[in-house]
Design a protein around this ligand. Structure first.
Ligand code: F6P
Length: 539
């Protein structure tokens, strides 16, 4: 068990000696703390100095990472070993951003040519849509692109398409449907003209209930709107690993299917064909820059020494808070409206990867694993939940993410936004003491309420501008952070068995909800009663 390692125990002992120190003291003890704890890679500047750690903490954390064979595991990951052992698969989302002359093998076959062949196929398709050359059944150009998918087949493309909307072709309209709740389909399509609408059915397996239900509804919507089943071929494309199911749905796999592979996990698939909506939105050359951003962070992660390695540092810090401070959650706070879906995206990437409680030997772990990931864009959060981060009883480490230049430089909005960015991390770190309040003349009875203890840890991540490259590098930074943490926690980060049971039970329950006659229910008493109540209510 990881918690029995001497390196883990050394961190427990170090925790006891360090934690009486405040951030003020840590800054006083090291005149160069801000620069000593700041790092740079792939266009991102990371300041970790406002964290409850010092040089010795970092040294001990890196010793733990080395004791967990991080460097060997990292190499096994990049070189295509089947590190997703419970599904017997390689994990090669990094190959999706390889250069065409790279060589990465799976079962002795170089997969790089396949990756680039699909990228080329995507490019032809995307540029045709952008040029108005992809025509619908009635001969009018496609203008509306509606992605149907869920989980990684939704969160990735939806998040990045919104994040890079300032680079988008304004003639085109992008929508994302994921929920099986018909409200999602209805709301997203109510103002669309079927003649101008292309559905992209994004599903690795092409069997996911939510996606296939929405895809069939979309098919009916097209047939009804355009009056012929012949219209389907012109209004659908598929992103999938399952060509048989795509064909059965009525999409020609040769023409309109964009393939990816079982070594791409759903939540790590945004650089694969799953990124097609983004490529249509921003064009193939900007999409290439997006991939370059990922690749630059991949190279940094693979080649840089651990002590200057951004994903490693974020991961080490997360372990420090999760396992030694017992922090249960991690806030992601982008000070950029375009990144409003980034916390939700990371929720899946992180929580579906590291939300595990047995180690690789199948034993229950006796230490905490993945934290709860949550967040909202910058100043909106300040007027909602920051109160609890500043003065609540939970320690919530937070990542603050921002850009020096706005994509929408209106008046002084951006300086005001950034003033809030800097002020919040300062207030969280250093607080406001009773003594300072007294000096400011605050009445004695209000002092307990107006005191800010400080010592609330934050990372500041800054880049020049939200470009496709910066976004790619940012996503890769977190992908690799999650990988490192999985190695230290000795868990399998690339399977997701925890989503299966609910899916299976839903298949049992659906016919019970739809049965004409009262069905015999074999669930627990609560579930039986709820099903009966639902049947009664719906009449
Ligand atoms: O939620 C489980 C999951 O398998 C995710 O990992 C995946 O991103 C999502 O469902 C969608 O799966 P698919 O792309 O096969 O429809």
């Amino acid at each position: 068990m990881r918690s029995s390692l001497p390196e883990w125990k050394a961190l427990c002992a170090h925790f006891e000696t360090l934690t009486p120190c405040s951030l003020q003291e840590l800054f006083q003890n090291d005149a160069k703390r801000a620069s000593n704890f700041s790092f740079e890679a792939a266009g991102w500047f990371l300041d970790t100095s406002k964290n409850l750690w010092d040089a010795q903490t970092l040294e001990l954390l890196l010793a733990l990472l080395r004791a967990c064979d991080l460097e060997e595991e990292r190499e096994a990951f990049f070189s295509g070993e089947r590190i997703n052992r419970t599904e017997n698969r390689s994990v090669l989302h990094t190959a999706l951003r390889s250069r065409s002359d790279d060589r990465i093998e799976v079962d002795g076959e170089n997969i790089v040519p396949q990756v680039h062949a699909v990228l080329q196929q995507m490019e032809i398709f995307a540029e045709a849509v952008r040029a108005g050359q992809r025509l619908g059944y009635t001969g009018v150009p496609i203008r509306n692109i509606v992605n149907i998918g869920i989980g990684g087949s939704n969160l990735g493309p939806a998040m990045v398409t919104e994040a890079l909307a300032s680079y988008s072709d304004p003639k085109l309209c992008f929508r994302f449907i994921s929920n099986i709740d018909a409200t999602d389909f209805s709301q997203q399509t109510r103002d669309l003209n079927p003649a101008e609408t292309l559905f992209i059915v994004a599903s690795k397996t092409f069997t996911t209930q939510e996606t296939m239900t929405n895809a069939h509804t979309a098919r009916d919507w097209i047939i009804q709107g355009l009056g012929s089943t012949d219209a389907i071929g012109k209004h659908f494309a598929a992103l999938s690993t399952n060509s048989q199911a795509v064909k059965e749905f009525g999409i020609d796999p040769e023409q309109d299917m964009f393939e990816f592979w079982d070594w791409v996990g759903g939540r790590y698939s945004v650089c694969s064909a799953i990124g097609l909506p983004l490529m249509i939105s921003i064009g193939s050359s900007a999409f290439a820059q997006f991939l370059t951003g990922f690749r630059d962070m991949d190279t940094h992660f693979r080649e840089s020494p651990l002590e200057r390695n951004l994903p490693v540092l974020l991961a080490a810090m997360g372990i420090w808070y999760r396992n030694f401070f017992n922090a249960e959650s991690q806030a992601i706070l982008p000070y950029d409206q375009y990144l409003q879906r980034f916390p939700a995206y990371l929720q899946q990437t992180d929580m579906e990867s590291n939300g595990k409680s047995v180690n690789r030997q199948g034993q229950p772990v006796d230490y905490a694993t993945g934290p709860i990931i949550w967040g909202e864009p910058g100043t909106n959060g300040q007027h909602a939940f920051y109160q609890l981060i500043h003065q609540g009883t939970s320690l919530i480490p937070a990542d603050f993410i921002a850009f020096a230049r706005s994509r929408n430089p209106l008046g002084d909005h951006h300086d005001k936004l950034m003033a809030n960015f800097f002020s919040q991390t300062e207030a969280l770190a250093f607080g406001r003491s009773p003594a300072a309040l007294r000096t400011a003349g605050v009445p004695e009875e209000l002092i307990p309420f107006k005191t800010f203890s400080g010592g609330k840890p934050t990372n500041s991540l800054l880049a020049e501008e939200l470009t496709p490259h910066a976004l790619g590098a940012l996503i890769a930074l977190y992908e690799h952070k999650i990988f490192v943490q999985g190695v230290v926690w000795d868990i399998y980060s690339f399977d997701q068995w925890g989503v299966e049971l609910g899916k299976e039970l839903a298949h049992v329950i659906l016919p019970e909800l739809q049965a004409e006659k009262e069905p015999a229910l074999g669930h627990d008493a609560s579930t039986n009663a709820l099903i009966q109540r639902y049947r009664n209510f719906k009449g």
